[in-house]
Design a protein around this ligand. Structure first.
Ligand SMILES: Nc1nc2c(ncn2[C@@H]2O[C@H](COP(=O)(O)OP(=O)(O)O)[C@@H](O)[C@H]2O)c(=O)[nH]1
Ligand SMILES: [Mg+2]
Length: 330
């Protein structure tokens, strides 16, 4: 039983990989154990986040990028977490024909994660899917998400290169600034340039970027103009991604981003473990009592926290004991 799924994944079995990703999304305990066999094989893939409003053309661009990278024999993983175009009835990424073509390519592995019903599991499932595709040997992993706080995973904190896809007239300057998109984006894509107003959008964006102050050697986000439905601008976009990748490598920033990603994952794992542990003490009664005491003014959040930490320490010690015991008997 142990690591059966993981070894299948490592040998390139996509059905096993899909099963493991679902296992993580559903928080099946065995899935996390399988993951420990996956981790040693990770750390090589390059992560590209494709963000932007629904309908901006993220999926079409993603599909174009897949075709482009495949010509260079680069192997690809795709994780789609766009709730509006998540895969329904066999239509992947809203582009049935082209995606079906990629679907037959064994070097392209596409996985859609529906946001519905996943909640707590989404960030874990996304990171897990990334590790799995990485361990399967995918060179580049494209993660499509609506981004900017609409769902719980902030891809800009996870990706090596973050693309923000906008369309003429859709996003105004203030919105970009308010959402912090300007700082979080490595490459701006102005898609649907066949539509009116692309020039204005490019101008606005350039003005905004020129108002920012830059640190020496800081990356200046590129602007790439595309018409994804006509596959125009794909080569330029791929070139800009490579230019950013070279920049990250040259400056040592790539290593920092990877470490940031690991830190985020570690901290989130710790946080969810501790929260689970706290809510499970005495089947939830301990926490309920503590909240009751707070409500009655018998304690305050600081004192309650100290009390909680003491109790947590003994709970964790027991978990550790059980874990060690479990290991010996396994
Ligand atoms: N006019 C025009 N339409 C486009 C372009 N790129 C994508 N679309 C269309 O915009 C719609 C949304 O595209 P999609 O890739 O699903 O967007 P997503 O929701 O961001 O993934 C689809 O009907 C596409 O055919 C483009 O460059 N020009
Ligand atoms: Mg989409």
């Amino acid at each position: 039983m142990k690591s059966k799924l993981a070894s299948k994944v490592l040998s390139g079995d996509t059905i096993a990989a899909a099963k493991l990703i679902s296992g993580i999304a559903d928080e099946v305990p065995g899935a996390f154990q399988e993951m420990s066999h996956i981790y040693p094989h990770t750390g090589k893939a390059y992560i590209v986040g494709v963000t932007g409003s629904p309908g901006a053309g993220k999926s079409t661009l993603t599909s174009n990028l897949i075709s482009h990278f495949r010509k260079e024999h680069t192997t690809i993983g795709v994780i789609a977490i766009d709730p509006t175009s998540a895969f329904t009835g066999g239509a992947l990424l809203g582009d049935r024909v082209r995606m079906q073509q990629h679907g037959e390519d064994k070097d392209v592995f596409i996985r859609s994660l529906a946001t519905r019903g996943l909640q707590g599991g989404l960030a874990k499932a996304t990171i897990g899917a990334m590790h799995i595709m990485d361990a399967m040997g995918k060179d580049i992993i494209l993660v499509e998400t609506v981004g900017s706080g609409q769902i719980e995973i902030d891809i800009t904190r996870v990706a090596d290169t973050t693309l923000f896809v906008m369309t003429p007239g859709a996003e105004d300057a203030i919105q970009l600034m308010k959402a912090g998109i300007l700082e979080a984006t490595d490459i701006f894509v102005i898609n649907k340039a066949d539509r009116e107003g692309a020039d204005i959008t490019i101008n606005d964006l350039q003005t905004m970027l020129s108002m920012r102050s830059w640190l020496p050697d800081e990356w200046h986000p590129g602007i790439v103009v595309t018409e994804a439905i006509y596959n125009k601008g794909t080569t330029e976009l791929a070139a800009e991604i490579s230019r950013h990748r070279e920049y990250l490598t040259r400056t040592g920033e790539l290593k920092k981003r990877k470490q940031g990603r690991l830190k985020l994952e570690l901290m989130e794992t710790v946080e969810s473990l501790l929260k689970d542990c706290i809510t499970n003490i005495d089947h939830g009664e301990y926490l309920a009592r503590l909240i009751d005491d707070l409500a009655k003014g018998k304690t305050d959040p600081q004192a309650a926290t100290r009390q909680l930490i003491n109790r947590l320490a003994s709970e964790l010690a027991q978990i550790q004991k059980r874990h060690k015991h479990g290991r010996k008997t396994a």
